[in-house]
Design a protein around this ligand. Sequence first.
Ligand SMILES: [Zn+2]
Length: 316
Amino acid sequence: MSLQSKSLFYILVVTAVFLCGVRSAGGIGQTGHMVVAEMATGDLNKTDYPGFVNTLNAFPSERSCGSVFPDWAWPSFYQQYSRIAHTIEFQQAWTKHLKENFSSPYSEREKREVSFLMGMTTHTYDDPPWHAYFLPTAKSNDNAEEWLVEPGTDIFANWELDKRSEVTYGYFPVETAVNVYVSLGYPEVTESMLVKGILILRAAYWAEKFAGYQGYLNLVNRMPWTDDNYVTYSPGGFEYGAEVSAQEMVNTWNYLQGELDQLPLRDMPVFVERNILLELGRSLLESGAIEIPMQRTSEGEYFFGASRIVGRKSLD
Ligand SMILES: [Zn+2]
């Protein structure tokens, strides 16, 4: 990464995020979304929904990737498409697309898409309560600004709760995404734009895993209330977000199965996310410092491998 990237990496992440004030604003970070999606799956009653729970547990990577997808365009020049991806209209258009094109019992490929959609559902419903209730309380109790609480919470989650380092592949159903944007009147959203956004998310997640621990202990000392409460605080903590999300996942599942005629409409605010970790992911990718292997299937799905450094010299 030409950039000057070594300096970017250490100065930007370690210094800027942890010590001085690069501003960011937004909802839960990537690890947080993945953890909430996992908790929400655990909240589902396996006895009532055995097929549903089995699908989610069989495809955890798809669920994790869906849970971060709406943020795909924040660190780019077309943020308006991430804004759209956070709306109820988008959530419902995606769900309808699956209902019209897939029928139960699902094939393995269809199960992947269902798991991805359910991850996305948790994102749609866990961002708002976190932002509305947890964030202001954390800011006040730790006397910390939003730009610190937001990535800080994600680094807590990454180092205290995350199991995804074991996940070896990423997943993205690109044809479905393009179709949903077209159905809502945005044919200008192309496959290459979407894939680039997904690569940035994956690069950012890698950077968080790689660089996060350098600041972890500082952050614990700086924001002890946040660290003690981001999971359990109610309303707005991760467990609360998971409960809300689980209910919406059940509604979505019932709708897909034809047991619910309409998805409930909710009035959800959208919070624009300018997250330093996402911007770092973009820099890493654009400078050629890391490479993320990927493969497209003929059915319009992408699979991504593990990120690795390929431009070490550009880190010097
Ligand atoms: Zn978001």
